[in-house]
Ligand binder design. Structure first.
Ligand code: MTE
Length: 324
């Protein structure tokens, strides 16, 4: 996402890497001892890339049965290979095909999630305890990246609202902040100041309570591969993908709008709300259309990523060009 382009370039701006990011990336790969592997990987055939998505135990997709929401999108599902090998997870590198190989050895067990801030029931949960009362369901959601590409993904998770009710926010709580694990030993990207680590994201409390907002532990009927944010991430389908924080270790309730990683990196490009909006261009490219990953065509982007009927009322009276 940190990319600079010349305006007349024939390649979509979202595909062009700025030299400083490129250099950072090479330095990152060199220090992580990955440069040879990455160079060797250039031009690998499609099959080899799909295998990169396999995850630690050679994981493949599970069986996707009935879905609780989004059945109409089943015909548009993005392939498992693309979902698990074309990723943004800067803790494991800045290129789309970095996270799958670089996160292979990432340890997601044991995993602790801290819930704190303005709540009646703060706690440090082992992931198993965190999950225990919640019933997982499969939902197929549209996934629109701010870089003007999209996928359709069958997530497995539970409504964020269930967790919010369980920990009982105080009346003063207005926002929720999410934080990714900070562990430069395991996450080589954190050894470089690409973002202000650890990655943080935030939602207004009413957004977090919306029935579409999910805590996610799986995809395609199986556990999340590491590159997709194992063991716990969140997904808010009417917002650009960067609002979904991966590998969450902390959920904090607060009365102030949380600072977020991409907003800190480039405030004029990545706002707090980040609602999908074809009417508000990114300063460096249009948001009107989206490239479909794995498909041959692009398509028109829908307001709120097609979830406007469900979520538009959250923003009634707000100027969405100002609060982008
Ligand atoms: N979370 C962390 N911790 N680090 C990241 O770099 N990238 C974000 C988001 N969450 C990111 C992150 C961006 S830009 C996107 S588009 C989505 O994760 C990508 O999720 P996916 O790789 O599962 O498609």
């Amino acid at each position: 996402m940190l990319i600079r382009v010349t305006p007349r370039h024939a390649i979509p701006s979202s595909e062009v890497t700025d030299e400083s990011v490129y250099r950072n990336r090479r330095e990152f790969l060199r220090q992580a001892g990955l440069l040879g592997a990455a160079v060797a990987g250039v031009g690998l055939p499609r099959l080899a890339r799909a295998m990169d998505g396999a995850g630690p135990q050679g994981q493949g997709p599970g069986k996707l049965g009935a879905v609780a929401m989004g059945e109409d999108l089943r015909k548009d599902l993005t392939d498992w290979g693309d979902v698990t090998s074309y990723n943004n997870f800067y803790e494991f590198g800045t290129a789309k095909d970095d996270p799958a190989p670089n996160a292979r050895a990432f340890r997601v067990k044991p995993w602790t999630v801290k819930v704190d801030g303005l709540v009646k029931k703060p706690a440090d949960y082992q992931l198993e305890e965190f999950m225990k009362p919640h019933r997982l369901e499969d939902r197929i959601y549209r996934h629109r990246c701010v870089e003007a590409w999209s996928m359709v993904i069958p997530w497995r998770g539970f409504p964020m609202a269930d967790l919010v009710r369980r920990v009982e926010p105080l009346p003063s709580a207005k926002y929720v902040e999410f934080t990714t694990l900070m562990d430069p030993k395991q996450m080589p990207g954190q050894r470089f100041p690409v973002l202000d680590w650890p990655y943080t994201e935030g939602l207004r409390l009413d957004e977090a309570m919306h029935p579409l907002a999910l805590f996610v532990t799986g995809v395609y009927g199986t556990d999340l591969p590491n590159q997709n944010g194992a063991p716990l991430r969140h997904v808010v389908p009417w917002k650009y993908g960067f609002k979904g924080c991966k590998s969450i270790v902390r959920i904090r309730f607060t009365d102030r709008e949380p600072a977020t990683a991409w907003n800190k990196a480039a405030a004029h490009e990545y706002g707090f709300y980040a609602n999908v909006n074809p009417g508000v261009d990114h300063p460096r490219w249009s948001q009107k259309r989206e490239r479909i990953i794995g498909g041959i065509r692009s398509k028109a982007t829908l307001m709120f990523n097609g979830y406007g009927d469900q979520v538009a009322s959250l923003y009634a009276g707000m100027d969405l060009a100002k609060f982008y």
